[in-house]
Write a protein that binds this ligand. Structure first.
Ligand SMILES: Cc1ncc(C[n+]2csc(CCOP(=O)(O)OP(=O)(O)O)c2C)c(N)n1
Ligand code: SF4
Ligand SMILES: [Mg+2]
Length: 434
């Protein structure tokens, strides 16, 4: 049983088409024998958004017009699930961009639009499907706007199953929803409804008016488009799986192969390297991280630089831990390595907060503000500026020998470009000998 009878009656106004469509969804799920454990209902906002609790399937309720994004995410995470959206005409307008892009990608979500031609829940305001001349709370003299043909819009965007059906047409409704659920790619059903509280009384809109309106637009009902095509979540999943296994292979052989042992006593240490664009701070931090990985440690790196990447500061936070890292931030650094004025500016706020357990290693030409941390000035004169960060990291390692310096030498030796490797080895010697 897909709809829980003990939860009924539905909360909608008497005669509201939403009730009929929910019953039809229950029958369609029954017809296709959907596995409730593998079925996800994603509801949008509005009266239609009150539907979740009546269903014995997984449910997710989100922001207005954004339900498409949740269902896309769920489908991408698990392409085997039947994921369907319950959304109003209001939600299709507000989230129109998400809707057409989901259709364009042909991702296999099923969108059921409860098209009652107005915003029901908020008091009958006009929506993107309110007919020209339609009276609503926000268009009391009749809407001056041309409405969207939602089915046509989705079809033009690339949706591979598109249908238009009237909520009052029970047989067609059940069959169309079941077909949409069984379709492999993106499916959209534009369900024409009656809002008995607002649009219907304001416009004397009944079954006959609905037929006349559909005819006046020259619209057809029934299945308007049904095409086979590559379903996006499966295409993307197979591509990503391939990449992931590739990365794992690489990680197990070159990055995380434990070649050295560490002597890290604390749970973790945090090192901040602060320099400028062009000083290869991120690269040096990455190489240092690889060295720690080769000692069986866990490493995270968080980089910060301006959007104008070739100017201003370049700061890397390196966290090295005995356990898996779930939080990348460094609240209280153990070491701050400062190699330029731009870098100093970025860490100026941090320095006064350090205690005497921390070290600040810095270019001796910089003016370091007051701090309780141990200050270690370094004369980097003669070293290429692209390896100042490496020299500092090597220096720090000689002070805090939580891993063998050979691990760092090995990571630097693995740098593929000869010139860069040579410069970094020189900086390594400088840092470890000085
Ligand atoms: C982003 C955003 N804008 C506005 C609202 C206020 N709001 C709540 S329900 C609703 C109308 C819903 O209309 P529709 O999507 O057609 O669903 P119906 O109530 O007709 O079933 C609006 C505008 C909201 N919740 N979020
Ligand atoms: S306001 Fe309209 S859409 Fe909402 S429950 Fe009442 S009839 Fe249905
Ligand atoms: Mg509506």
């Amino acid at each position: 049983m897909y709809i829980d009878p003990s939860k009924k009656p539905y909360p909608f106004c008497p005669g509201c088409s939403h009730s009929m469509v929910l019953d039809a969804i229950g029958r369609a799920l029954e017809k296709i024998k959907a596995d409730p454990r593998r079925t996800v209902l994603v509801s949008d906002i509005g009266c239609v958004g009150l539907s979740d609790k009546y269903f014995n399937v997984h449910t997710f309720h989100g922001l207005h017009g954004r339900s498409f994004t949740y269902s896309c995410g769920i489908k991408l995470a698990n392409p085997d699930l039947l994921v369907f959206n319950l959304v109003g005409d209001g939600g299709c307008g507000i989230g129109g961009n998400h809707l057409i892009n989901a259709a364009r990608r042909n991702i296999g979500i099923k969108v059921l639009c409860f098209n009652n031609l107005n915003f029901g829940m908020t008091g009958g305001q006009h929506s993107v499907t309110t007919p020209f001349g339609g009276k609503t709370a926000t268009t009391p003299s009749g809407s001056p706007e041309k409405p969207f043909d939602l089915a046509g819009l989705v079809s033009a965007a690339g949706g591979s199953f598109v249908a238009r059906v009237k909520a009052l047409d029970k047989e067609a409704l059940d069959e169309t929803i079941a077909k949409a659920f069984q379709h492999e790619g993106f499916a959209f059903v534009d369900i024409w409804e009656i809002c008995t509280a607002y649009y219907m009384p304001a416009n004397d809109y009944k079954k006959q008016q609905m037929d006349e309106l559909i005819a006046s637009y020259g619209f057809k009902t029934g299945i308007l488009r049904e095409e086979k095509g590559r379903e996006y979540s499966r295409v993307l999943n197979s591509a990503v799986r391939f990449q992931t296994s590739d990365v794992r292979r690489q990680t197990s052989t070159t990055l995380t192969a434990t070649k050295f042992s560490h002597t890290l006593q604390k749970d973790s240490i945090g090192i901040i390297v602060a320099g400028s664009a062009g000083m290869k701070v991120i690269f040096a931090a990455h190489t240092f991280g690889k060295a720690a990985l080769s000692c069986g440690l866990h490493v995270s790196q968080k980089d910060d630089y301006p959007v104008t990447v070739q100017s201003g500061h370049s700061v890397s936070d390196i966290k090295i831990s005995r356990e898996k890292i779930n939080y990348l931030g460094i609240d209280k650094p153990d070491a701050v390595l400062i190699i330029s004025q731009d870098g100093l500016k970025e860490v100026t706020d941090i320095l006064p907060k350090l205690d005497n357990g921390a070290v600040v290693v810095y270019d001796k030409n910089l003016q370091i503000p007051k701090t309780e941390a141990k200050l270690i000035p370094i004369d980097l004169h003669g070293l290429d500026k692209t390896v100042h960060a490496t020299a500092m990291l090597a220096k720090y390692l000689t002070l805090n020998k939580f891993m063998p310096i050979e691990a760092l030498r090995s990571a630097i030796t693995a740098i593929s470009k000869d010139k860069i490797r040579e410069l970094n080895l020189k900086a390594f010697e400088f840092g470890t000998n000085d």
